[in-house]
Design a protein around this ligand. Sequence first.
Ligand code: C5P
Length: 272
Amino acid sequence: MIRESELCPAKVNLFLSVGPKDGRGYHPLRTVFQAVGLFDQVQVEEAELDSVSFSVPGIGDQNTVSRALRLMREIADFPPLKVTVEKQIPIQSGLGGGSSDAAGLIRIIRKICHVPLPEAELHQVALAIGADVPFFLVGGKARATGYGEILTPLPDDACRWLCLIWPGVGCSTPEMFKRLDEISFPWVDFPHGVGGSHNDFERVAPCECLELIEQLESLGARQARLSGSGSSVFGVFDSAEEAEAARSQLPKYHATSWVVPTLSRAESLCRS
Ligand code: C5P
């Protein structure tokens, strides 16, 4: 009887620069992903029929996990599965929760299959679900080009601590790209040294996000940025105590903020 579970970490973008819109209406990206210790959990049990359910309402049938299950059936042979997802990562927050959950299910199915599945096929399935999904098969810290899917794994940094805040305002990804199309700015290259954080979406982010970034900076964050297209923001600190001290100065966001460590590659791919 199959019974497996996997922890699925969130990500932040330490660097994110957006190129000009291409012929398909998509924008090429330069980004540095970092997995962080806020987790959803995907659980899988053998069942009579495939099913997918979530611990929170409002996630429709066209979700990344159902998509992963359907696409994995096309390349692998495994029994019907009941999949349940315990959500902790806020939805549509720029933290990659949906992408990470899909990659978590791919990792579980890879494990329960008796024949090894080629990495290239798993990458193709991940990419078909979304451009951020392949990163969650790599984990840790990685640099990405293309639309976020051409990945170069980077060595693990020393653990740092993030004060991560979800301000609760909505940031629809297509809307944020559209806002960027209305302004002109250069396509920023990757930083040459270490550090060098950046996010083009801050040019068009809601003022709540920009205010929080300023507050995190004034509370001593080494870097403070929007993650992805928002609306989550994060401040980077050297210790959990410093990150917690900053968090305690932001009581309005107590219910939707976390102090989390950056994760090494091994930590971000570990099972629960
Ligand atoms: O990848 P996702 O389906 O979330 O993208 C939603 C929309 O965001 C796309 O239809 C496109 O308009 C825009 N987008 C983009 N460039 C990207 C990713 C998304 O323009 N690299």
